[in-house]
Design a protein around this ligand. Structure first.
Ligand code: APR
Length: 170
């Protein structure tokens, strides 16, 4: 049974078996969580991302999918990169956001990861409203409780994000 916990802080300072990255489809880095993970995790992560682009993901990682690499210098064994949807006021992309959490948990289970740290995917550069993103995130993790993952830890960067996730039934 997966327990769901919340912490406020920097995901790159978490100790977990797997840390989930809010990546973009290029897998070649960016700002926000992506920038922080590559900065603190070091070049080994990017090297593996480049190898993935040269092989399985020649056209990039599609939105809603997830793939694992080494965690480099982070206090984790793996980084699971997932690409969130950019928020759209006209098109409901909720299923793609849910897929990020579901696919990351599937990959984590396949790896044998017991603890998985998630950021609030799509709520930064990709502009997804925090409350709705929290509803989708916690709801998806609760529905996927049968995975081998023992702890899902949402790592929220600020009080507003923390409050939005804390307001969700767990
Ligand atoms: N630890 C935890 N959460 C963080 C951190 C951090 N070090 N840095 C940022 N956040 C929070 C943001 O405040 C936001 O709530 O993570 C959430 C996701 O924000 P982004 O990192 O901007 O991710 P996203 O909205 O999914 O956009 C992805 O941004 O950085 C680029 O390369 C990335 O193109 C991709 C896009």
């Amino acid at each position: 049974m997966t327990t769901v916990t919340l912490v406020q802080g920097d995901i790159t300072r978490q100790s977990a078996d797997a840390v989930v990255n809010a990546a973009n489809s290029s897998l070649l880095g960016g700002g926000g969580v992506d920038g922080a993970i590559h900065r603190r995790g070091g070049p080994a992560i990017l090297a593996e991302c480049r190898a993935l682009r040269a092989s399985r993901y020649g056209r990039g990682l599609p939105t809603g999918q997830a793939v694992a690499t080494t965690a480099g210098e982070l206090d984790a064994r793996w980084v699971i990169h997932t690409v969130g949807p950019v928020f759209s006021p006209t098109e409901d992309r909720s299923a793609l956001l849910a897929s990020c959490y579901r696919e990351s948990l599937r990959v984590a289970g396949e790896l044998g990861a017991r603890t998985v740290a998630f950021p609030a995917i799509s709520t930064g550069v990709y502009r997804w409203p925090m409350e709705d993103a929290a509803r989708i995130a916690v709801g998806t993790v609760r529905a996927a409780r049968t995975t081998a993952v023992e702890e899902v830890r949402f790592v929220l960067f600020d009080e507003r994000a923390y409050a939005a996730f804390a307001a969700q039934p767990r």
